[in-house]
Design a protein. Structure first.
Length: 182
């Protein structure tokens, strides 16, 4: 199937607005092209995009009355919407880098603690033998050592996936075809 026929199969994300201001955050003092999307508009677009097949392109259609559509064309609403999502990509990538930076810090803390705990548990075994009290202390030290590594393991195995999925979705939205209809 060609990309054109695939694009036709996708139900567009449609926004029916009365005023152009409904699309943008009214508290954002930036020029129109650099404004943030309204939280509700962003949530609506992102929720719809999340439901669309990941292998098909996204199309955003904004319906406006004629006078508002003219203003939207003048400011380049299509570019403003895709630019907004491109900025969101940068923000999520920054969060992802920060998460991995923190994960490395957690690892630099956890691994030495694990090594000290393992070394100490073995030292206790040789010093105090196999009795119940030394065995309890030995096992407790091993548990503490692994618990100290829980956060880096969680970070590198699980925490980054939601950020990656969000970044990928925002990338798709940044590449979306945005169309204005009167």
């Amino acid at each position: 199937m060609s990309a054109t026929s695939n694009a036709r199969r996708v139900t567009p994300i449609e926004l029916r607005l009365v005023k152009l201001d409904q699309l943008f955050n009214s508290l954002d003092p930036s020029p129109f092209l650099e404004r943030d999307l309204d939280d509700n508009a962003e949530e609506y677009i992102v929720d719809w995009a999340r439901e669309l097949p990941a292998d098909l392109p996204i199309r955003i259609v904004v319906h406006l009355p004629a006078d508002e559509a003219e203003k939207a064309r003048d400011i380049g609403i299509e570019a403003a919407v895709t630019r907004y999502f491109a900025c969101r990509v940068s923000a999520v990538e920054s969060s992802l880098r920060e998460l991995f930076r923190n994960g490395r810090r957690y690892l630099l803390t956890g691994v030495p603690i694990l090594l000290v705990c393992l070394f100490t548990s073995q030292l206790l075994r040789t010093q105090f033998g196999e009795g119940p009290f030394p065995r309890t202390i030995e096992e407790s030290l091993v548990i503490v050592g692994w618990v100290a590594n829980w956060k880096p393991i969680e970070t590198f195995l699980y925490d980054w996936w939601p950020l990656k999925r969000r970044r990928d979705l925002y990338c798709r939205l940044a590449r979306a075809e945005c169309e204005l209809i009167v």
